[in-house]
Design a protein around this ligand. Sequence first.
Ligand code: PLP
Length: 403
Amino acid sequence: MKQTAVTPETEQQLFFHNYARLPIAVSHGEGVWLYSNDGTRYLDMISGIGVNALGYGDERLVRAISLQAAKLIHASNLFMIRPQFELAEKLLSLSGLSKVFFANSGAEAIEASIKIARKWAALSGNPDKKEVLSLSNCFHGRTYGAMSLTAKAKYVDGFEPLLPATGMISFNDIKDLEKQVSRNTAAVFIEAVQGEGGIHLISQEFIVKLRELREQYGFLIVADEIQAGCGRTGKFFSYMHVDADPDLVCLAKPLGGGLPLSAVLGSEKVADVLSFGNHGTTFGGNPVACAAGLALIEAIENDNLMEHADSMGKFLAEELRKIASRHSQIIEIRQCGLMIGITVHKEAKYYVEKALGKHVVVNATSQNVIRLLPPLNISREEAQLCIEALDEIFTEETGEKAG
Ligand SMILES: Cc1ncc(COP(=O)(O)O)c(C=O)c1O
């Protein structure tokens, strides 16, 4: 049988051109290391865009997935399925929230949250309470509702009209927040740590004001934890760093241990908003993905990976700041746990290519930010390898001396 060529040329022929795939055909992974078909190994500092929290090939995940797959791969939400119940219980105990809805992707969790918020607002008796707001520079996904909240030219141009009654508050701008929210606001979506936006941390003052205004106007706070959640920032939910007290929480990316799974968690306030048939999805809460999610959370807890993410993040940031002090190409290092952004003067894509040349995978976001989202169990030695590679790249670029 003819073998399909996995090359940039066939990629162009086969697929819509919506991804900028790296020119590497990957075969397997082990820990933080990703292997290409030709046997080259890469230090993967982006871990499947923040999905592979345990790195590649964690045996506990593989075992949980295999056991559940042998028992039941899919049955649908016509039935009660144990791994779904167990994961729901675990997520509620971690968050202190009341209800769970499972879906398959981050954007779907955002869509569900928009629907819950709008329906909750409709039940409030104020017919004008429909407005859903987000923060500038945010990213919530690419479906229509999520894209309407994301509203950056790059994501929305050509796709208008967007969802009506959506708007944007300037990030961390308390005056703008006060100006924009009103009794017609149904929900404000936040990322406590903006990921795609280039690793920006929400301020405590902004959250204090947001909570105060929620008391005044009665809207929902929705925390998008899709990238920052599940322990990546050193706490299970990144909103815990600023005590955002959300009414709805969206989780995805690492939640299914690499399988598609997302969740919306809701407070008592919204517990009875959805009624039968209001919302649903065929694959949501897939038993294999839920079993993987349980194994993931168990591993995070057993291996103290939140503490580890916190200390590795601090280590990486400290070392990167040393590099920044020697290399004028770096503007700033921003970090929260293992979400790290290195702002540079030129397009970050340039450094992604250079790093690849040194067999290190980093990612570019927000034009001039090099983003690192390594697995939560990265070792100090592995983190050091990344630091050395970046130091070399900045040194080679200008001929400055490596430290
Ligand atoms: C904060 C945040 N929200 C939502 C999404 C969308 O998730 P998905 O790509 O699974 O739809 C992402 C994806 O990068 C994200 O980082």
